[in-house]
Design a protein around this ligand. Structure first.
Ligand code: G1P
Length: 288
């Protein structure tokens, strides 16, 4: 039961980043010099994923082009002997990777987006990656989770403690027994107020799901924000199968948020030796 397929829901409107996202998918916003979606795809590749399933919506052609060959650009880079740049554009999609696109015709929520991939996923466990959650770590977080999945053979979500006043932004776990960073999920609630939240342990955008989830998504039951929520389907799945929260090792940047996105840019730029010093000088100037 190797995890070979990963679903990337990329049909969101990105309203929080308007006007930047008027004609460009939010997943194409760059962190330093790479679009957000490429970080998530690289994480999937480094975790052994062989097939990527993009669930897109209208106005996402820039994303499709990014993961396609650009012959004209490659020809020019070759002519100008810009070898490093040439390699950087050629290596975006390794030959071993298979990419499939499907459409979510209506923005009915994350649960609905995953359901749109059901026929492509078929009857095997699969991963879900939300590109908004940019993770930085030595060992790719999805790889860490796949290792844990090999041991537990159950659905799993990446989990992280968040400030109690922010529970309304996340799926929140009602935690049971915890052993070595892996927490038994007793229940899950989508975006509860701090008062309703059973804990401050939040779901971060990496999932490994058994195909049984599609039975629950099929009901198209609406939840928080009047959307079909993955969290609700997982909560229903709990009646049949265990689910675990996995406290991954690494940092997380919330790139669905303007401040989080800027912080991510700074953090990733500071890691680049060729940018670091100049950036620190400029930051000092700016802060005064
Ligand atoms: C989604 C999920 C939520 C999860 C979050 C992680 O929410 O519905 O359960 O905690 O991603 O980033 P969104 O951020 O799309 O509103």
């Amino acid at each position: 039961m190797k995890i070979k397929k990963a679903v990337f829901p990329v049909a969101g409107l990105g309203t929080r980043f308007l006007p930047a996202t008027k004609a460009m998918p939010k997943e194409m916003l760059p962190v330093v010099d790479k679009p957000l979606i490429q970080y998530a795809v690289e994480e999937a590749l480094a975790s052994g994923i062989e097939q990527i399933i993009f669930v897109t919506g209208s106005g996402k052609s820039a994303l499709e082009d990014h993961f396609d060959t650009n012959r004209e650009l490659e020809r020019i880079l070759k002519e100008k002997q810009k070898d490093t740049l040439l390699r950087s554009v050629q290596s975006i999609v390794p030959e071993s990777l298979n990419i499939v696109y499907t459409r979510q015709s209506k923005p009915l929520g994350l649960g609905h987006a995953i359901w749109c991939a059901r026929d492509i996923v078929g009857d095997e466990p699969f991963a879900v990656l939300l590109a908004d959650d940019l993770l930085q770590s030595e060992v790719p977080p999805l790889y860490q989770m796949i290792n844990e999945f090999d041991r537990l053979r159950s659905s799993m979500v990446a989990a992280m403690e968040v400030p109690s006043e922010e529970t309304h932004k996340y799926g929140i776990i009602d935690p049971g027994l915890e052993i070595g960073g892996t927490v038994q999920v007793v229940n899950m609630i989508e975006k509860p107020s701090p008062k309703e939240a059973p804990s401050n342990l939040a779901v971060i955008g990496r999932y490994i799901l058994t195909p049984r989830i599609f039975k629950h998504l099929e009901r198209h039951q609406k939840g928080a924000g009047d959307e079909i929520q993955l969290t609700d389907a997982m909560s229903a799945l709990l009646a049949e199968q265990p689910i675990f929260g996995y406290k991954f090792k690494g940092k997380r940047y919330d790139c669905g948020d303007k401040v989080g996105f800027q912080v991510a840019n700074m953090a990733f730029a500071l890691e680049r030796p060729e940018m670091r010093e100049e950036l620190i000088e400029n930051l000092r100037d700016l802060v005064g």
